[in-house]
Write a protein that binds this ligand. Structure first.
Ligand SMILES: Cc1cc2nc3c(=O)[nH]c(=O)nc-3n(C[C@H](O)[C@H](O)[C@H](O)COP(=O)(O)OP(=O)(O)OC[C@H]3O[C@@H](n4cnc5c(N)ncnc54)[C@H](O)[C@@H]3O)c2cc1C
Length: 326
């Protein structure tokens, strides 16, 4: 592999780094080093880096904002491309002019590395509705599409407003695909299976009142502050919520589907392993109190799963994605 690494170095030049510690690129601040690391600043750089490594037979993994991952203590073998592409622009509109006001849909295009908060602020400021409830969602457009990231008050999924996207397929083809390709569901998109890399996406947004949209966006932030631990290192919710059918079968209190509620009910809130802790504020959040190891987190995950299984007969599924060697 050493030879292939050297060849990739020749292609990508000085910006290719070796043994780059990945913890700093994640919101959890946990994880070892990547053998090779490169930050792509444009879509063309992203495509070139991924294709070059594939052609050399080097395993490649695309990192977005690092806000939904747990990287192993032993790091990642092969090549990690940090997606820092950043363009956003208005693509056009479809609709009518009535009483001097435009009504209809406006299409906004964003590179997959665009920070979601930046995109939300941009769209709200332009008076475009559809993404405002996602203010406060960490991570990038690519990660949000991969996860079909969601908000619950009011309910909304990032995938709801995706119109089309450009992807790089595992066969290195660039394709423009419609929303239906993604088969969005709860925490699900087809690219989790296909291995496509999202390069850019077009969102279809409705025209609205800027002030009303800001109100909704700020309400989402206020709700986050009320319910989620603030200023801590974490990857957000550790587990997916259970389905209504599971909640019914397990006779959860009040029929709740909330994984956090179930963990809380087992009395695990606040417990620690090493420097990792199940948040005393929100039991579905595991936090790094500084210097936690991935192995500490895995122990907390196992304990939460075991206790919830014992008390409710339900097997919790992880929402966070494990990457690399543990
Ligand atoms: C404080 C906090 C609050 C959160 N709140 C929410 C919330 O309200 N709702 C919610 O759903 N989630 C939430 N999350 C989880 C997380 O922010 C989302 O899942 C986010 O969309 C992940 O995006 P990312 O860019 O950080 O992805 P990463 O963590 O970098 O990667 C996640 C996965 O996406 C893949 N990926 C990234 N970019 C691309 C791409 N361009 N093409 C293909 N695959 C790609 C990666 O390879 C990886 O498998 C929260 C996290 C934190 C820390």
């Amino acid at each position: 592999m050493k030879e292939q690494y050297q060849q990739l170095q020749k292609i990508l030049g000085e910006r290719l780094r070796e043994n780059e510690l990945l913890a700093r690129y994640t919101t959890f601040k946990i994880g070892g080093s990547a053998d090779l690391f490169y930050e792509a600043k444009t879509v063309e750089e992203l495509v070139a880096a991924v294709i070059a490594s594939r052609k050399l037979g080097i395993p490649v993994w695309v990192l977005g904002g690092g806000s939904n991952i747990l990287i192993g203590d032993k790091g990642v073998r092969g090549f990690v491309v940090k997606n820092s592409t950043s363009r956003i622009f208005l693509r056009g509109m479809r609709g009518t002019l009535k009483d001097g006001k435009a009504r209809g849909n406006v299409y906004v295009e964003a590179d997959s590395g665009v920070i979601m908060n930046k995109l939300v602020r941009f769209t709200v400021e332009e008076g475009l509705g559809g993404l405002e409830m996602h203010l406060g969602l960490p991570g990038t457009v690519g990660g949000a599409i991969y996860m079909n990231s969601k908000w619950t008050h009011p309910e909304g999924y990032v995938g709801d407003v995706v119109y089309q996207a450009e992807i790089l397929t595992p066969k290195n083809e660039r394709r423009v695909i419609p929303k239906t390709y993604f088969q969005f569901g709860y925490d699900v998109s087809s690219i989790q299976k296909t291995g496509d890399c999202v390069l850019r996406a077009v969102f279809s947004l409705r025209q609205g009142e800027k002030d009303t949209l800001w109100e909704a966006a700020n309400a989402a932030i206020a709700y986050r502050k009320q319910t989620q631990p603030q200023g801590v290192f974490s990857p957000g919710c550790t587990f997916r919520n259970i389905t209504k059918a599971q909640a019914l079968a397990a006779a959860t209190p009040g029929g709740t589907t909330s994984a956090g509620f179930l963990i809380d009910h087992t009395g695990l809130k606040g417990i620690t392993v090493g420097r990792a802790q199940i948040s005393p504020i929100h039991a579905n959040f595991i936090i790094n109190r500084g210097g936690a190891r991935a192995s500490d987190v895995l122990q907390l995950i196992s304990r939460a799963k075991e206790q919830v299984k014992r008390q409710f007969g339900v097997i919790l599924e992880e929402e966070i994605i494990r990457v690399g060697e543990f």
